[in-house]
Design a binder for this molecule. Sequence first.
Ligand SMILES: Cc1cc2nc3c(=O)[nH]c(=O)nc-3n(C[C@H](O)[C@H](O)[C@H](O)COP(=O)(O)OP(=O)(O)OC[C@H]3O[C@@H](n4cnc5c(N)ncnc54)[C@H](O)[C@@H]3O)c2cc1C
Length: 378
Amino acid sequence: MVVVGAGPAGCAAGITAARAGARVLVLDRARFPRPKTCGDAISNRAAELVAVLCGVDSVDEALAGVPMTRVDRGVAILPDAGAIERGFGARPGYIVPRLGLDDRLRLALEHAGASLRQGTKVTGLVRERERVVGVTIEGGEVVRGDVVIAADGPGSIAQSALGEPYRRGRHLAVALTAYVEGLRPGPWSDAAEHYFEPGLRAGYGWIFPPVDGLANVGVYQRADRFHAHGRTLKQLFEEFRTAHRDRFADARLCGRTRTWALPLAVPPAPRTVAGLLVAGDAGACVDPLAGEGIWQALHTGVLAGGVAGRGQAHDRAAIAALGRRRLRDIGVPSLLRLGIQDAMDGLIASGLHRRALVRALLRRGYASEALEASKRLG
Ligand SMILES: Cc1cc2nc3c(=O)[nH]c(=O)nc-3n(C[C@H](O)[C@H](O)[C@H](O)COP(=O)(O)OP(=O)(O)OC[C@H]3O[C@@H](n4cnc5c(N)ncnc54)[C@H](O)[C@@H]3O)c2cc1C
């Protein structure tokens, strides 16, 4: 089998299939270690899946030697209305720059027995009759496989080959991220901070705890809201920095700001054709509310790699079951969270979030039973 892309989705697919005994070739246009535009926040469920894929017993073992910061709480900060904290308890999250995380997964992929060709750009799918039977790579070489797993991120070769329209509106989000040093500490500096603001409707600004002195900061917004105001992501980021000048006064940008798209897991799911499976961003899996896509990439990679590894990629029942599983684990929760995002958007735009009852509901929703505290800002 051929896997296109060795990011989280491609590595998860390749590892799972190789462990099931399949002959796996993974192609990636990049050379590892390579950076990836990302907030670098790894949820507890993602971290635990990384450990499973690395074949070790704990997240600490999986991430040993990888630059990272453990995060024990998250905080949602509402405009003029206080903050809602959530403790992660015994299952912390992590900030892990993708340069290190993805290389760790790449190593696990090779240990599992998959072959990886780096610096190899895939240019299209090879189709015979109604089936995908391989890929073409830059320079014209054809690589054949009984199944192709497209795990090549947004704008995947699968998308154009299948005639899928480019995602937009409520099906897409956009984000800008930057590394900064010298951030002044705030009340929640050790937490993953998410700022919900009227200028970032259906989105948020983030400040994450630093790793080796560099903090990942950025802005995220759903594309329908983004295109409605006509400002650029750089402008939104400048507004965010200005609004939080108490934190950014001494901050220095390290490297450039980077922007990228996030294909949201809002149904309908991408179509499928025989011989082709999709995983991760290539199959539009990002959670619309949080912008989390790494767990989804790993999970859909494991599911696709499992089907391919068991030799079921041409079995209609297995493909249908895969679709149902994706809908249950990712599609339905994402649809619900899109509704929550719309509700929060309306509440913040109207100022209703300041009402005690609404705040109590938001607190319950964000923090659930793990709620530790709620503070007034300022
Ligand atoms: C600004 C921003 C911030 C984000 N923050 C977070 C966050 O904090 N937490 C979180 O969980 N998610 C976050 N996400 C989402 C997350 O980054 C993605 O959902 C995740 O990386 C998807 O993994 P993937 O393996 O599907 O794709 P990718 O990580 O994009 O990997 C795709 C791989 O395919 C390769 N490739 C692409 N095209 C080709 C080709 N033609 N031929 C060969 N190889 C190819 C690439 O080189 C790459 O290695 C963020 C996204 C953005 C844009």
